[in-house]
Structures are given as C-alpha cells and as structure tokens.
Design a protein around this ligand. Structure first.
Ligand SMILES: Cc1cc2nc3c(=O)[nH]c(=O)nc-3n(C[C@H](O)[C@H](O)[C@H](O)COP(=O)(O)O)c2cc1C
Length: 352
C-alpha cells in the first residue's frame, strides 16, 4: 500500500525492555514504518518517567514489552494506568521466551501479558487492533544459561521477518490478532500470572547478589531501568521495586552479578517448608490452635502459614545475605553455589 493510502501518518511506540528484546522490536517496527513513509517515534518508558508526550488522535500507538511471570511488567502496567485517555488505535506486542530446539523455533507463554494492558487501555477509551506475541531469545538467565550466538541469530532472523510482516499489516489498518490463538493457554496459566504479580516477583527480586568480583563501580545502579538497585555498605542491594528484568546481570562489566541458587534454595526451603511447619506446631503447643483443628486442617494451615510468613522470611533472609556477603569467604561460598557463576552459563546479548 502506498504511504498516501495508509490510514496512519504517525506511529508512537512505547517500550520497556530489560535486556533489549522489546527495544529491538520497537526500533525494527519504527524502521519498517519509516520505509513506508510513516513518521515513527520511539519512547523508552523507563526514561519518560512522568512526562508522557501528547499523542494526536490519528496516531497509531504501539507498546512493546517483555513478558514477566506470564504477565506484563508492573512498570508497563503503571505507565498505562497513568497514560492520558484517548481514542487512538493501539497495538500490543509482548516479547516472550523464544528458544531453538533443533531446527524448531519454540514459543514462550504470555498468560495475562497482552490481556491486562488491553483491558486497561479499553477503560481509557483506546481500541486495541493488534495483539502480537513475539518469541525473541529467552533472557531468563536465572533459570537457564543464555542461548548460543547461533541460536540467537536463528531466532532473531525469524522474528525480524515476522516484524516486517506485522508492521505492514498493522499500518494498513488491518487487525492483527495472533495473540488470540494463545487465549486458551493464557487462561489456563493465568492463576500463575496472578500469583507471580502479587507474590512471586518479590521473592525473585531477592535472589540477586554481587559476588566478590564486584568493584562497586555502580554500572548496575546507573543502568537499572526502574532504579531498583541501591548502594548499601558499598555493595549493590536489590530493593522490592526490582522487576527481575536481567539488565544488571547482563551489563555488569565484571560479570559479578549472580543469582544465589544455593542460598535461595536453602532460604526458600526454610521459608516455605520448615519454618511454616514449626510455627504451626508452636501454635499447637501454645494451644492457640487445637490439636483437632490442626489434624483436620493441616493443608490449609501449612499453605496459609507459608504464604503469610514465607515472604517475610525471604526478605529477612535477603537482608542477612547482604551482611554475610561482606565476609569474603562466605561471599565465595555463596558465589560458588550459584549456577550463574559458571563460565558456561552464558549471559544474554540482545540484538543491537
Ligand atoms: C523474570 C522473568 C520472567 C519471565 N517470564 C516469562 C514468561 O512468563 N513467559 C515467557 O514467554 N517469557 C518469560 N520471560 C522471558 C522474557 O519475557 C523474554 O526473554 C523477553 O523477550 C525479554 O525481553 P527484554 O529483553 O526486552 O527484557 C521472562 C524473563 C524474566 C527475566
């Protein structure tokens, strides 16, 4: 379609990105749009803070963001909540954890990542005409080593073609509804999305630490897109506002940021298994809970106690970890029981 015939003359793209995938998608879409004569502007949500630009009603608005815990990142949801009301057409593109298995490019799973922002935008008067998950290389390196360069190239090439087709279609005013195909799986996984949003993400943010290789250079603090890392006793400390986006771990020039697998395993076992059990038993001994009630409602008591006390113990344990890390030998033990410290546990480099 010639530029003059396209229904949108302008495109405003807002992105949030941890390791660069969503940024890559936003800039690619902008570049393809410009080739078609559409004026495209890209905004980084993390840099905009409160200054939301004015968007004319004829502008197509796009949001690109990673999927975190089968949901959109809280920072994006917060941004949309503050976004002024409007009647623009909008598209949503969530980048998910793509992998390469043999010759296959496998998909991640979005959960509520598209649906919650779409709902918020609907309340504000916007009309979402595009739902598109995009499976760029997985960056969740707390869980698995970063993909090989070859796998990354394979996935990125594939995604680049998808983005070109997507841009052409969405700019011509046609709805892009690929996201709808995932709706059944997204609904099934949605309880996990909710649990992650209200609970899991806080526990996860408390798994990062700076190893003995840390020089206190502050690169992680300066680069954190949500300003969640503070310097405490000359060491980086991850606060509750951490989105676990993985930017710090991938940007550290000394490869000093790790996930404390060994320590976290121990702490989570204490927080979600041993201590809740001991607390209930103590309440029975103190006759706050009757033995009969304990016997008949054990599962309820145990799960309730884990949910209630688990996070408190995790938070207290993280504060303790921060103190322990100051002792070099303990720092080394915690580092050596972290999987991410192995050289073969690659970091993730997003396409430029
Ligand atoms: C904490 C965390 C949670 C994630 N959760 C999911 C998920 O639920 N589903 C999924 O497909 N990918 C998930 N991923 C993978 C990222 O969404 C994916 O790699 C994304 O492309 C990263 O984008 P970015 O580089 O712009 O941050 C997760 C990654 C992280 C770090």
């Amino acid at each position: 379609m010639a530029a003059a015939q396209l229904p949108y003359k302008q495109l405003a793209l807002f992105y949030f990105s941890g390791t660069g995938n969503a940024r890559f998608a936003a800039h690619k879409i902008a570049a393809f749009a410009r080739e078609k004569g559409v004026e495209a502007t890209v905004y980084n949500i993390a840099e905009l803070k409160k200054d939301v630009p004015e968007i004319p009603e004829s502008t197509l608005v796009g949001y690109c963001f990673p999927t975190h815990g089968f949901n959109a990142p809280p920072v994006l949801l917060k941004f949309i909540r503050k976004f002024p009301k409007g009647k623009n057409h909008v598209f949503l593109l969530n980048t998910r954890a793509g992998m390469r298995i043999g010759k296959l490019h496998t998909a991640g799973l979005g959960g509520l990542a598209l649906w919650l922002p779409a709902l918020l935008l609907l309340f504000k008067g916007y009309k979402t005409i595009g739902f598109r998950p995009l499976d760029l290389p997985s960056n969740w390196i707390s869980l698995h080593p970063g993909l090989t360069d070859k796998a990354i190239r394979f996935i990125v090439n594939h995604c680049e073609q998808t983005l070109e087709r997507f841009t052409g279609k969405i700019l011509s005013g046609k709805p892009v509804l690929n996201g709808l195909l995932w709706l059944p799986a997204d609904i099934i996984i949605s309880p996990v999305s909710v649990a992650y949003y209200f609970y899991g993400r806080f526990a996860l943010a408390k798994t990062f630490f700076a190893s003995y290789k840390c020089t206190g250079c502050g690169v992680c603090i300066d680069n954190c897109p949500v300003g969640a890392i503070e310097l405490k006793n000359d060491r980086p400390y991850w606060t509750y506002s951490c989105e676990s986006c993985m930017k710090c771990m991938n940007h550290c020039p000394h490869r000093a940021i790790e996930t404390a697998h060994g320590y976290t395993f121990l702490l989570w076992w204490l927080a979600f298994s041993l201590l809740p059990l001991l607390i209930i038993k103590l309440l029975v001994i103190m006759e706050v809970i009757s033995a009969a009630f304990y016997k008949n409602n054990f599962d309820f008591l145990f799960n309730g106690s884990s949910i209630l006390f688990g996070l408190i113990i995790v938070f207290a344990g993280y504060k303790l970890l921060h103190q322990l890390l100051r002792v070099k030998i303990i720092n080394k033990i915690i580092t050596f029981t972290s999987l991410t410290h192995f050289r073969w546990w690659r970091r993730y480099k997003a396409p430029a």
